[in-house]
Design a binder for this molecule. Structure first.
Ligand SMILES: [Ca+2]
Length: 327
């Protein structure tokens, strides 16, 4: 970890992988020796509705008795085209595995703020001018709206870390587009083109390449006797019944990279944009590998991660052994 104070705003569509990513970031936030401080969580649409996401985020926070980090509700729909799921709802219709959890009203939670998520994003970017990192774990609708609402945010961020896009044209939401970019391609296009800060992307194929052994997920991570592991096991129960060969961590890798730069083993920096048309390729991240467009390099694509280090940070987030770079 670096020593420089790092203020993080999480933008998510929780989602089990978002939940673990949030806990990982909270573990760093609560560690006095870590430079990470979470300044808020904005809810986005994607895995489910924005309102379901708000409920899931509050449930995620309350599982670790976190009642102070403010939670904001952001955009409810993609910017232009409504998103139609072509593949099954991976996280269930409520984003949290359709469990029979006790009812929860996010609006009554002490963490909930009625300030709009996009306005909060613009405000926090001013408050932490030049020092705010956005950990973008969902479609980029909130980021794009913030860029259009107050373009000064585009020059105020320290960095954006996001799970999204693809590096080899392999999709998981359509044949050629990764889910977060596919949900709102126009928003991803705006993020990549408008923000001047470093943008670190963990693409879909890289998370798939680093698929984690099912046994580790079930016995090591899932075997922890902690509220985080209990909630995660409930939320992912149907996923773990269905996919028994390995377990693909997605948002967790983006969070790990934001918390601990050492997990990035290889990366390439290129000019990238997003396909907005195409018969088959809408939402595809387009990488100008040859420099043909002669445009500035705007995206650092993380192509190889330290899987063991990432797993240690995941365990830390799930209430396991305290992580330090040394142990
Ligand atoms: Ca997510």
């Amino acid at each position: 970890m670096t020593n420089k104070q790092q203020f993080i705003l999480i933008d998510c569509d929780t989602g089990s992988d978002d939940a673990l990513a949030i806990w990982m970031t909270i573990a760093a936030h609560r560690d006095p020796s870590s430079p990470v401080k979470i300044v808020g969580i904005v809810c986005a649409h994607g895995n489910t509705t924005t309102e379901n996401v708000a409920t899931n985020v509050i449930r995620t926070l309350h599982a670790v008795e976190e009642y102070e980090i403010p939670v904001f509700v952001g955009a409810q729909q993609p910017l232009v085209h409504p998103y139609t799921h072509q593949v099954e709802l991976f996280h269930g219709s409520d984003g949290f595995g359709d469990n029979d959890f006790p009812p929860l009203s996010y609006k009554e939670a002490s963490n909930f703020s009625d300030e709009h998520g996009v306005l909060a994003m613009c405000r926090l970017a001013k408050e932490y001018d030049g020092k705010l990192t956005i950990l973008a774990l969902a479609a980029h609708t909130n980021l794009a709206m913030a860029a259009r609402l107050d373009p000064s945010i585009c020059n105020r961020l320290e960095a954006i870390y996001t799970m999204g896009g693809n590096v080899e044209g392999e999709g998981n939401a359509t044949v050629s587009a990764e889910f977060n970019f596919a949900v709102d391609p126009e928003a991803a296009f705006i993020t990549l083109s408008a923000f001047s800060c470093p943008i670190y992307v963990v693409p879909w194929e890289v998370t798939a390449k680093h698929a984690i052994a099912y046994e580790w997920r079930v016995k090591v991570l899932g075997g922890l006797d902690t509220p985080q592991a209990q909630l995660l096991n409930a939320v992912e129960r149907k996923i773990l019944e269905k996919y028994t060969d390995n377990w693909i961590a997605c948002d967790q890798f983006a969070a790990a990279a934001a918390i601990e730069p050492k997990i990035v083993k290889k990366s390439i920096t290129r000019h990238c944009t997003v396909e907005l048309g195409g018969n088959w390729t809408r939402g595809l991240m387009v990488i100008d590998k040859m420099g043909i467009l002669k445009k500035p390099e705007n995206v650092t694509i993380i192509t190889e991660l330290d899987e063991e280090l990432s797993k240690r940070i995941m365990l830390w987030g799930a209430g396991g052994k305290h992580y330090t770079a040394e142990n």
